[in-house]
Design a protein around this ligand. Sequence first.
Ligand code: AQP
Length: 341
Amino acid sequence: MTDTKFTPRVFSGIKPSGGLTLGNYLGAIKRFVDMQGGQFETIYCVVDLHAITVWQDPKELANATREVAAGYLASGIDPEKSILFNQAQVAEHAELGWIFNCVARVGWMNRMTQFKDKAGSGKDAEKASLGLYAYPSLMAADILLYHATHVPVGEDQKQHVELTRDIAKKFNHDFKVDFFPETTPVIEGPAMRVMNLRDGSKKMSKSGESDMERINMTDDADTISKKFKKAKTDPEPLPETLEGLADRPEARNLVNIYAALNDMTNEQVITEYAGAGWGRFKPALADLAVAKLAPISDDMKRLMNDPAEIDRLLGRGAERAREIAQPILKQTYEIVGLLRS
Ligand code: AQP
């Protein structure tokens, strides 16, 4: 249920931890664009403070930050309609993140599956950064610093948005206020979890080991075709009904991707391709992906040729973000009893 006392406001972000993937596009950016200009005020962020929870080469980080910004802009995020900025330019995120570190419980963090996936277990986990462990509480700060009511995310981030709700509830309860909203995760559509092209049990990630397991938003047409051609599948043709995809993760993933790229439902894709073999479906998918991604990737290249303009837009976005964030942080300090004279 959405809290009606809060302005309908969307916040979401993407880490500049590598090049953008088709997973980021379908699970996040494409939906961010759809939510723009409607009933919500929309705030989109390049979450560079999250990227450094694992090692980032300083020379590449600023460039990766600009590239994610270029991905947003080229996909249709309009810096007049949305607030677009990078997290490091709004220090209030880190300040509220610290307060939430003191609200969240260690037991809650221990249940976060993404930390377990990324840090491994035993001695490996001990070598992970403290930032990686605390990352969900900074994510809660990113969202609640704007009193965001809705957060569009992919399926992998659902647990973190639930934690954000727990942090808001505990803060409100401990300080006997009704200050932070209980944010609603928006997870809908056929591509909320785009899977790795070589292993249908793992999600497609920027930092996955092999480049063949993902489609990058900047891949050229030949590379996209090659990657889909070599994508792992089973030998069976596409089924007549959706139920026929139930135990076929790789086949289901390719159908999901087709549906999401073409704004169709999975049922519509199956109806169109019932009984088709991979020799027919994979080239059709590759052509569709090229048609949708090529204009975006061309525009990203154009934008990346003018880094000063990207920096200017991000700086302007940060100013607008601070106008919302500062009064909310000020009130938070007052509620907590932190003196600022
Ligand atoms: N495979 C995916 N399918 C659907 N949505 C996805 N998202 C990421 N991968 C997929 C969504 O993209 C948004 C931004 O994610 P992020 O970059 O901040 O973090 P992530 O989920 O950890 O992304 P990666 O690609 O896996 O990065 P690395 O490899 O650096 O950890 C989120 O809304 C996410 O759900």
